[in-house]
Design a protein around this ligand. Structure first.
Ligand SMILES: Nc1ncnc2c1ncn2[C@@H]1O[C@H](COP(=O)(O)OP(=O)(O)OP(=O)(O)O)[C@@H](O)[C@H]1O
Ligand SMILES: [Mg+2]
Length: 268
């Protein structure tokens, strides 16, 4: 397999966004396939992809979901374009994917038909020296874990599970809540220290911000990280949070989460 030069955290984000979309397109179950292959782009393919001729690694993500009509297909990569109900989708998933692919010197294609599923194909330029040994990620990319206690408040069950799995994997003790109200209850009933609150910003009922204030009243030592589907700037612009607050953009990878949690606990 050809190697590529890309940020592992960003590639994780690409896969996560495409997988979440595929899941949403298959409410009654179905098939999700991720596939990689080496592709040589000759004149024709290169022109179609708006890339230079040469070697590429192709990453395909296919689902057997409800697919898209032509009108939807024409807008999928636009920021804030979503067909999901209010409060469900931000329409930033594929815009983020597109941005990452472009930034990595690649190209993305989508094929879809109503009732026949969807396929995304991402082409990323192969790096030189493809036979070399896989390089270990730099130390900065390999976050340290910890044994502190983290309380997760997130209404989306899949994201909550994922954060729990990631953090438990890094050694943390994890408490979970599906709402701000429940998080307060969990905190009230927990005898030990809660070192960090990892909370969604926007939840039905009490907001993440209000939750943090409530927790900090009784537990002033607790550090707070907000998970947000919006980009940092936008959240700040909308005055949900003031600058200097720790934000983790959703969907996040294992490494992003671990680094944010560790650096926040260490007061960095
Ligand atoms: N695999 C897919 N199958 C069917 N439709 C899709 C698929 N992926 C994306 N779409 C369509 O493209 C739209 C935009 O996707 P995008 O990921 O940018 O935003 P979103 O999923 O609506 O919201 P967000 O990802 O920000 O939570 C979706 O609302 C959906 O209509
Ligand atoms: Mg999406």
């Amino acid at each position: 397999m050809k190697q590529i030069k890309a940020d592992p955290g960003q590639i994780e984000q690409v896969l996560m966004n495409l997988a979440v979309n595929a899941r949403d397109a298959m409410p009654h179950g179905g098939k999700l396939v991720m596939e990689t292959s080496n592709v040589e782009a000759g004149a024709e393919l290169a022109r179609g992809l708006d890339l230079a001729r040469g070697q590429y690694a192709m990453l395909a993500v296919r689902d057997s979901g409800h697919g898209m009509d032509a009108a939807t297909l024409a807008h999928v990569f636009e920021p804030f374009f979503t067909t999901k109900p209010m409060g469900k989708g931000t329409g930033l998933g594929l815009a983020t994917v597109y941005g990452i692919v472009k930034q990595s010197g690649g190209s993305i294609q989508v094929e879809s038909e109503v009732g026949c599923g969807t396929a995304f194909r991402i082409y990323l330029p192969a790096a030189e020296g493809t036979t070399g040994k896989r390089r270990e990620p730099a130390a900065a990319q390999r976050p340290e874990g910890g044994t502190e206690t983290v309380l997760i408040a997130e209404d989306e069950p899949d994201l909550r599970d994922l954060a729990n799995i990631f953090l438990s994997g890094y050694g943390y003790k994890v408490l979970e809540a599906a709402s701000a109200e429940q998080a307060i209850e969990v905190a009230d009933n927990f005898k030990g220290a809660i070192d960090l609150l990892l909370t969604d910003v926007i939840m039905p009922g009490m907001s993440g911000r209000q939750l943090a204030e409530s927790i900090l009243q009784k537990r002033p030592q607790t550090k707070v990280v907000y998970m947000t589907g919006y980009t940092d700037d936008m959240v700040i612009q909308h005055k949900v949070l003031e600058p200097g607050v720790k934000l983790l953009q959703k969907p996040f990878g294992r490494v992003d989460l671990a680094m944010k949690v560790r650096s926040t606990l260490d007061g960095k």
